[in-house]
Design a protein around this ligand. Structure first.
Ligand code: GLU
Length: 428
């Protein structure tokens, strides 16, 4: 398989012929502006020293400060972080946020670290990248295996370095430290608003929809919980170890309750039990979950989950991408041939960064909103952008992904050109 970044960029290449953009734009957007690799020494609890490799890739900041999460995962590498930074650039444009795109990551199995080791690593990472971030430069946030607690440590470290209170440097912080109400559930909530908008357009309702959700992290859990509360039937759920199924529907809240209790008892940041172990439901593999005959298949795990090898097995006719890049471009074509509609990541999972934007706005204003206000604004903004993309897809007779890339690219290139193309390119 070709690398992730080349595959990610191929989506851009697909829509370029549909737009009349100066050639320079495509040349300019073919690589990030900066990629930084850092090696972070961490004192372990047993006294030994370990060095972890981390990255921050700043893709494009024409539309505003760089924005994007930080991932802790053993497989983090420059190819993945660059792809994620590219998707953030498109996503912020698609969501209409005044941000460019970036991403960070550390190659680490965070579950193997103690809480103190994790705090030292998080602070060390910020010390290593402090020179290139800031509330008006580059604003990190959580991603896979990072959360509000970790963002709190990171924001604190940055404030210590700068000797100033700058809460807007990081979003996704605990509410105690200037985090926004509603940020925790925002990715799942946003995805549900987008799905609702699509169903309405097709004269369908959320109520009674049979869904399968791959991934039970922050985004997958909150989506499944909110979807069930809205009347959907959650037929299957999965985590990295496997999947569970119930023909009568699962209760995501009940499953999470057991995990939380387990975590609190063991004073852990991450859960070390699988949903397969704790629930009394039929167990299946992740592959079987993906192939289920459901109304909506929700991908909330990782990249490259549906590839050319398993795309033919997908029965669902509507797929919601909550993870970044869960479908490869080859798989996309197979799904399209089989008449499956994909609501793409750059729209479906933009709820997280949208509430990050609200957090940044609140931090800069020093004025905080209630959760209802946050959700109301999130719904308005995302459904407005979703409507624009659905119209574009209809008018231009392209997939929802291509329509999203067309809208995003027009906004990015609009910003590049309005800066004064000639001057701008000469100064690069
Ligand atoms: N990591 C999230 C994403 O991929 C959120 C990014 C942010 O809030 O900046 O969209």
């Amino acid at each position: 398989m070709r690398n992730l970044f080349d595959d990610a960029k191929s989506r851009l290449d697909k829509v370029l012929p549909l737009l009349s953009l100066p050639e320079d734009i495509a040349i300019r957007l073919a690589q990030p502006k900066l990629n930084l690799t850092v090696n972070i020494p961490v004192r372990m609890d047993d006294g030994s020293l370990k060095v972890f490799t981390g990255y921050r890739v700043q893709y494009d900041d024409t539309r505003g400060p760089y924005k994007g999460g930080i991932r802790f995962h053993p497989d983090v590498c420059i190819d993945e972080v660059t792809s994620l930074a590219f998707w953030m650039t498109v996503k912020c444009a698609v969501a209409g946020l005044p941000f460019g795109g970036a991403k960070g990551g550390v190659a680490v199995d965070a579950k193997m670290l103690s809480k103190l080791e994790l705090e030292r690593l998080s602070r060390g990472y910020i010390r290593a990248i402090a020179d290139i971030i800031g509330p008006k430069r580059d604003i990190p946030a959580p991603d896979m295996y990072t959360n509000a607690t970790i963002m709190g440590w990171m924001a604190d470290e940055y404030n210590l370095i700068m000797r100033e209170q700058l809460p807007g440097v990081i979003t996704g912080k605990p509410v105690y430290l200037g985090g926004s109400k509603g940020r925790e559930a925002a990715t799942g909530q946003g995805a549900l608003y987008v799905l609702e908008c699509w169903l309405k357009r097709n004269t369908k309702k959320l109520q009674g929809m049979r869904i399968a959700v791959q991934g039970f992290g922050n985004a997958g859990y909150h989506f499944a919980r909110l979807a069930q509360e809205a009347g959907c039937k959650v037929m299957a759920l999965s985590d990295s170890k496997g999947a569970i199924y119930s023909k009568d529907g699962l209760d995501p809240k009940k499953i999470m309750f057991h995990r939380k209790k387990h975590n609190e008892l063991k004073a852990m940041l991450y859960c070390d039990v699988s949903i397969c172990e704790e629930a009394e439901n039929e167990v299946m593999t992740n592959e079987e979950l993906l192939a289920l005959d459901v109304d909506v298949l929700v991908l909330a795990a990782m990249e490259n989950q549906i590839t050319k090898d398993n795309a033919v097995k997908i029965q669902a006719k509507l797929i919601l991408e909550i993870a970044n890049g869960p479908i490869t471009s080859q798989a996309d074509e197979i799904l399209q041939k089989n008449n499956a509609v994909v609501i793409p990541d750059v729209l479906a999972n933009a709820g997280g960064v949208t509430v990050s934007y609200f957090e940044w706005v609140q931090n800069r204003a020093g004025y905080y909103w209630e959760e209802e206000e946050v959700n109301e604004k999130l719904k308005y903004l995302l459904q407005k952008q979703a409507g624009i993309i659905f119209n574009t897809a209809e008018e231009k007779k392209v997939t929802l992904r291509s329509a999203a890339y067309i809208e995003g690219l027009e906004r990015i290139s609009g910003a590049i050109q309005n800066r004064g193309t000639k001057e701008y390119f000469q100064n690069l």
